[in-house]
Design a protein around this ligand. Structure first.
Ligand SMILES: Nc1ncnc2c1ncn2[C@@H]1O[C@H](COP(=O)(O)OP(=O)(O)OP(=O)(O)O)[C@@H](O)[C@H]1O
Length: 402
């Protein structure tokens, strides 16, 4: 690879700090990761596109569910819900311990139930910030979607509640940290490791799509590893139940599908596109379309030209190319066979799908942890500074489901 390209990649990855990348929308506070973008007001963004309101219409380019998807749908639909909608607990029932991560609207804390033994991750969001950034719909959607899901590779939400200032989402504590951190530490993953994570993510996408949910923010930052090294998809801030197409511009620049950039309306095909980006990033250590600025990234995505490293497995490359097809009507995963087409691809053909679902397949990387409240797989964050909390709740009518 020419030197100028290598230095461009390196500088692009090093400069992926929120301040430099942010246009508007949710932020990531960690260096070297790209923040998600979410626009919920009509606006021209860098002159490239105009955001339209969300709206569902019939989507002729969305293939029917495969037989396996139907079976899976039935099986997992019959699982008893774990989420407790009638929970009477509040924040006083927990001890908030360390910060595990920060987002645009607040923090995620390791927490322990008072008088209990279990540890949780509690996402604490500031209502005023959510309203200021026009993300009310997304946060309500996140709660709605997460309350409906119960799947081995999706983070479990147990309950939600609120006080005058904050919203709280009590989730399982996923102790192994972000896949992003493990990937940056390793540089890139081996073919077999990548295959393992890809397969679990494919099952999760298949499950979500079978429930009519489009995830829309697949990237290594939103994938956590559990104590046994299995994937847990987290951050459902952009996930949405979609029956046809939707138009909200959201996602992360390097992972945006062409139809989102072109504001054509999008549906579940965008998750298959971002899976292609993710497989590439896991194998190469950097995403296929990169540039110093968002415009450059979008131009490269639309051009569809990616440079595949010579060491990349040819079958993996073939799958990536089929997922990164600009025309969603020809994109693997979005064809008549649905997710089954992806699962039958030669790169994944020998995967033990049932073993994966039952978690009997050993993960390639078991995150180290000394005990169930170990936070060594997360970055260290300074404690939150105490602030004067406003009196009263002008926003209670916006979050009635919490
Ligand atoms: N269930 C969990 N277990 C362990 N850590 C978690 C959990 N949920 C979130 N985290 C940590 O907190 C970080 C922020 O969480 P999340 O992305 O859900 O917050 P957010 O406010 O939606 O962020 P953003 O503004 O980037 O969308 C995650 O990247 C992860 O490191």
């Amino acid at each position: 690879m020419p030197f100028h390209l290598i230095s461009s990649i390196v500088s692009s990855l090093l400069r992926r700090t929120p301040e430099q990348q942010r246009i508007e929308g949710p932020k990531s506070s960690r260096p070297q990761s790209s923040p998600s973008l979410g626009f919920s007001s009509t606006a021209t963004v860098h002159g490239l596109w105009v955001k339209k309101e969300d709206g569902d219409t019939h989507n002729p380019d969305q293939g029917p569910l495969s037989q396996h998807q139907l079976e899976l749908k039935q099986h997992w639909h019959n699982q008893p819900p774990v989420f407790q909608s009638e929970s009477s607990v509040g924040v006083d029932d927990y001890d908030l311990l360390e910060t595990l991560g920060t987002g645009t609207f607040g923090r995620v804390y390791l927490a322990k139930e008072k008088g209990g033994r279990r540890f949780y991750a509690i996402k604490v969001l500031k209502k005023a910030e959510i309203v200021r950034l026009k993300q009310v719909e997304h946060i309500n959607s996140e709660r709605q979607v997460l309350s409906e899901v119960n799947f081995p590779f999706v983070v479990q939400l147990y309950s939600t509640f609120q006080d005058d200032v904050h919203l709280y989402m009590v989730q399982e504590y996923v102790i192994g940290g972000e896949l992003f951190r493990h990937l940056r530490r390793a540089g890139r993953f081996t073919n077999d490791m990548t295959k393992f994570y890809t397969a679990e993510i494919v099952l999760a996408i298949e499950y979500l799509h079978s429930k009519g949910i489009v995830y829309r923010d697949l990237k290594p930052e939103n994938l956590l590893l559990d104590s046994q090294g299995h994937i847990k998809i987290t951050d459902f801030g952009f996930a949405k139940k979609v029956q046809g197409r939707t138009w909200t511009l959201c996602g992360t620049p390097e992972y945006l599908a062409p139809e989102i950039i072109q504001s054509k309306g999008h549906s579940r095909a965008v998750d298959w596109w971002s899976l292609g980006i993710l497989i590439f990033e896991m194998l190469a250590g950097h995403p296929p379309f990169y540039d110093d600025n968002h415009f450059g990234i979008y131009e490269r995505i639309l051009s569809g030209k990616a440079q595949y490293p010579s060491y990349m497995d040819s079958a993996a490359k073939d799958l990536i190319k089929r997922l990164l097809i600009g025309d969603r009507n020809r994109r693997l995963g979005n064809l008549a066979g649905g997710a089954e087409d992806v699962k039958r691809h030669k790169w994944l053909r020998h995967t033990d799908w049932h073993g994966l679902l039952n978690k009997t397949v050993r993960a390639p990387l078991i995150p180290s942890h000394a005990n169930e409240c170990d936070t060594s797989n997360f970055e260290k964050y300074p404690a939150e500074q105490p602030e004067d909390l406003p009196k009263g709740d002008p926003f209670s009518h916006l979050f009635t489901d919490f």
